[in-house]
Design a protein around this ligand. Sequence first.
Ligand SMILES: NCc1[nH]cc(CCC(=O)O)c1CC(=O)O
Length: 331
Amino acid sequence: MTDPAHTPRTTDAPARRPLRLGTRRSKLAMAQSGMVAQQVRELTGRDVELVEITTYGDVSRESLAQIGGTGVFVSALRDALLAGDIDFAVHSLKDLPTAAPDGLTLAAVPVREDPRDALVSRGGRTFGTLPAGAKIGTGSPRRMAQLNAWARSHGLDIETVPIRGNVDTRIGYVTSGKLDAVVLAAAGLNRIGRLAEATELIAADIVLPAPGQGALAVECAASDPELAAQLAELDDPGTRVAVTAERSLLAALEAGCSAPVGALADLVADGQATELRLRGVVGTTDGTELVQMSITGPAPASDDEARALGRELAAEMLAKGAAGLMGERTP
Ligand SMILES: NCc1[nH]cc(CCC(=O)O)c1CC(=O)O
């Protein structure tokens, strides 16, 4: 309890006001903001209060592609940061556009949870044992492309059905019997305490997750370097390097965050050395065409080296026709 490193400094004259952590109202956003709030309380000795911000993505019933991708979840929080209404924000990293915004600092990328997608199905079935004609709900072109491609190549008769909504709503389609299965990020299920309902953690060689999936991003105003330095203690360099490579691939493919792009970087041991392997996939949502490639390089010593690996894989994927499979680009 009395870890001296975490004891609030009392020499700082008057007690400072609580830090304001801006968050979306969804159960998932509240859960992940609550986790980080607790870590920041322990780190700084300051109180942290959650400030709820409603984003367009929360109120709109349009599809993700229609509303311009997951960036809509992020921009209201960023506006609040720039306006000084909140001190910091926690995002799902996979929802962050790849372009670095003016006036904001990505202060920390905490250690990543399981990046895989999870299947929640009726009768506890795995993807490969779903009954003929099974309907699988997902609003993600990336998941559709890879599930349909795997089904084709394994003679599995399934149909992907576009759905939207929060995690509870999506699992509800299975419990109500409307769909045979839905696919969700394992990390999201875990954060809201429902991972036990997953019937399969889908191997990355069947479905590569979204770039940055399972990781969080802690962002604050660039005008508050003192806070940025404190938040940086939550950063996990290994996670940061991996997600930097994944997001660099996404950016170099010039794909938006709702594009059918999967990517996963992981450290692999090669004898004595540790290398970074980056796998990427792009496909049509019906799964008829898929460009899936991988590259391995020395473990990057910097974000720039990680970005170079992502760009190199993107160049190879583009040479194999990746651009033609991505459909409409989000701006
Ligand atoms: N698309 C929305 C979204 N953004 C982040 C997560 C899950 C948490 C994460 O990936 O870190 C989810 C839900 C899902 O894809 O099932």
